[in-house]
Design a protein around this ligand. Structure first.
Ligand code: TYM
Length: 326
């Protein structure tokens, strides 16, 4: 039986954090065994907010390297930069003609970002390009954190509209989110998700942070004025977030951890969480340090070549269906 296709993407902002890892990347790695996996550094998406060209250029390689360091294996997964496969942008245009503005107006990520950087067309149509990323590979499933749910809903809607109008073309892609970790919160504001664009760098633990930095960030994590370590996402968002992280990194249940730490006091509890995260990130840092930029560039160039071949096959089908065939 042919394997089903999995596609996902990450923006190359460089600062990959444990939210990205726990919400999405560890699934990217795990799915490599069973699926035909395609992963993309979505550099065109990164141009939708103000940026520095030199920084973007460096961040692309850094992000690719980090993906390999966490275990995305180019011999098992197709890995490439989005901008090197122009079929993404081409399909985005075609899908754009089928996208009601009402759907884009509802996107919360657009509203949040537009407030900061202004109402720009690229930012507005970002979800259409994301749909094209997924559909250009006829992906069946998309591993992401839960902040991408709205974008995935639009993707499914566009696939369905296209299929109804031009005949069965795209599978309706499923979202894959982990049971725990789909939304890791900022350590400084546990009511907001951990985010690359968070103003306070202490809110995010980066994959390449040193052990000292990680310990400091957990020590200063915002919690509450009680003393009891217990899981309550609403009333004790900070502690619950730490329990989620602790549970994922140890493989122990939250109940078990609460039993052990309920009266330990927040200080020792935070230290214990920091320790398992430091241990969990050490292999990633080692793998990262052993990778060479030029090798990574070569791997990405080969990935783009293969991805173009695959995407072109699908686009030839799409063009024929919409009346733009050869
Ligand atoms: P990006 O680059 O913001 O994040 C990459 C992945 O990390 C997940 N994530 C989180 N998961 C849990 N907790 C958090 N605090 C957290 N922050 C981020 C995201 O859900 C994502 O899975 N729009 C996408 C990139 C994209 C894409 C695609 C994804 C473009 N085209 C096609 C999938 C398929 C984004 O900005 O992710």
């Amino acid at each position: 039986m042919t394997k089903q296709t999995v596609f996902s993407g990450i923006q190359p902002t460089g600062d990959v954090h444990i939210g990205n890892y726990l919400g999405a990347l560890r699934n990217w790695v795990a799915l490599q065994d069973e699926y035909d996996t395609i992963y993309c550094v979505v550099d065109l998406h990164a141009t939708t907010v103000p940026y520095d060209p030199k920084e973007l250029h460096d961040s692309r390689i850094l992000t690719a390297k980090l993906l390999m360091a966490v275990g995305v294996d180019p011999s098992r997964s197709l890995l490439y930069f989005q901008s090197q496969v122009p079929q993404h942008a081409e399909l985005s245009w075609i899908l754009g003609s089928m996208t009601p503005l009402g759907a884009l107006n509802r996107m919360t990520q657009y509203k949040e970002k537009a407030e900061k950087v202004g109402q720009m067309l690229g930012l507005y149509s970002y979800p259409v390009l994301m749909a094209a990323d997924i559909l250009v590979h006829k992906a069946h499933a998309v591993p992401v954190g839960d902040d991408q749910t709205q974008h995935l809903e639009l993707t499914r809607d566009l696939a369905d509209r296209f299929n109804n109008r031009f005949g069965e073309t795209f599978p309706i892609p499923e979202q894959i989110t982990p049971k725990r970790g789909a939304r890791i919160m900022s350590l400084q504001d546990p009511t907001a998700k951990m985010s690359k664009s968070d103003g306070d760098p202490r809110g995010s633990v980066l994959l390449l942070d040193s052990a000292d930095t990680i310990v400091k960030k957990f020590k200063t994590a915002v919690t509450d004025s009680e003393r009891e370590v217990r899981y309550d996402r609403e009333k004790k968002a900070g502690i619950s977030n730490l329990l989620d992280i602790f549970s994922i990194y140890t493989g122990r249940s939250v109940e078990d951890l609460v039993d052990e730490y309920v009266d330990a006091g927040y200080g020792p509890f935070k230290e214990a969480v920091a320790e398992v995260v430091v241990g969990g990130l050490a292999p990633i840092r080692n793998a990262f340090n052993s990778l060479d930029d030029e090798d990574v560039s070569r791997i990405m160039a080969r990935g783009a070549l293969d991805a173009r071949t695959r995407a072109e096959q699908e686009m030839a089908d799409v063009r024929r269906r919409v009346g733009l065939g050869a």
